[in-house]
Write a protein that binds this ligand. Structure first.
Ligand code: UDP
Length: 311
């Protein structure tokens, strides 16, 4: 039985990953300090065979008895609102936390997968974004704390790969949505859905011409696990290339929910990327992976989740 450690395992993507690994029969050590993650995301896993939860900050020394096959590093505040509120923790988990998990993986001779981000491309001047693009990031802007932490994390992972021969993976995750997003994390998907369900105005930042490409979480997990199994050490984009303007996305949410909400405009946040779309050619050819869940279907499942949960 594979023994896998997931940092950030009580978060949105981390908890979905823990679910999938447990279903596949792995033994899962879920580590989370619950700063932006939450126990309710994993409480159904307590008591499941092979599942262990450790409440710990991965920027501190991590001691894990016994062998490990893989370490999946998903811990980080990840929504712009969260990392603007937690800039130092965001930098620490990307830098010190990545160093700790690399040390652990080296000690255990485990494979290490880093959850990186499309934010390494910043406000991109190449479109769509290929892995070979170096990005356009403002290091001292408000988003720089996340972007630069992940860029440093990638550099550190590559250094451990080159110097210590560690078996490593870097997945660059694009906008992902689905059940277990926090309704108050400020991201566009939960914000618009919850506004629409409450009959409140949908807050489109700027004129809404900026674009994003949304991947359903189940597809994302498939891509991450494919990268873990069959990837190589070079970064790989995991996301859905179907691109939408934020204004048209707001209209879609109003349609799908049958809401009477209207659209209002608010100022665009500083350094908000104007476009974002993954080139997934590498994931297609290397992993044989591509997303399958259509946006309307993924959104319908996400709307159902927010209707069912009070949180
Ligand atoms: N956005 C918006 N209204 C909101 C929240 C977000 O118009 O209430 C926009 C935001 O300016 C950005 C896009 O939606 O252009 C996606 O924002 P999100 O916070 O989900 O993540 P990002 O892709 O910027 O990391």
């Amino acid at each position: 039985m594979e023994r896998i450690l997931v940092t950030g395992g009580a978060g949105f993507i981390g908890s979905n990953l823990c679910d999938r690994l447990i279903e596949a029969g792995a033994s899962v050590l879920c580590v989370d300090n619950l700063l932006t993650g939450a126990l309710h995301n994993i409480e159904h896993l307590f008591g499941r065979e092979g599942f262990t939860f450790l409440k710990q900050d991965v920027t501190d020394y991590i001691h894990v008895p016994g062998p490990l096959d893989s370490v999946l590093h998903f811990a980080s505040p990840a929504s712009p609102v969260d990392y603007l509120e937690l800039p130092i923790q965001t930098l620490k988990v990307g830098a010190l936390g990545t160093h700790k998990v690399l040390g652990l993986a080296k000690e255990k001779r485990a494979r290490l997968l880093l959850a990186s981000t499309s934010e390494v491309y910043g406000d991109p001047q190449q479109h769509p974004q290929k892995e070979s693009y170096w990005g356009h990031v403002n290091p001292i802007g408000p988003r720089g704390v996340y972007d630069e932490a992940k860029r440093f994390a990638e550099a550190l992972v590559m250094a451990y790969h080159r110097v210590h021969g560690l078996d490593t993976r870097i997945v660059r995750i694009f906008n992902t949505y689905g059940p277990r997003m926090r309704r108050d994390d400020g991201r566009v998907v939960p914000t618009f859905i919850c506004q629409a369900l409450a009959g409140e105005d949908l807050t489109v930042f700027g004129d809404g011409s900026q674009t994003r490409s949304f991947c359903y979480v189940d597809d994302l997990i498939d891509g991450v696990l494919a990268a873990l199994e069959r990837g190589d050490a070079q970064p790989i984009n995991v996301g859905n290339p179907e691109e939408h303007s934020i204004l048209s996305f707001a209209e879609k949410i109003i349609d799908l929910t049958g809401s009477s909400s209207r659209i209002v405009h608010q100022p665009l946040p500083v350094d908000d990327p104007k476009v974002r779309q993954p080139d997934i050619g590498r994931a297609r050819s290397l992993l044989g992976w591509e997303p399958e869940v259509p946006l309307d279907e993924g959104l319908a499942r996400t709307v159902a989740f927010f209707k069912e949960t009070r949180r």
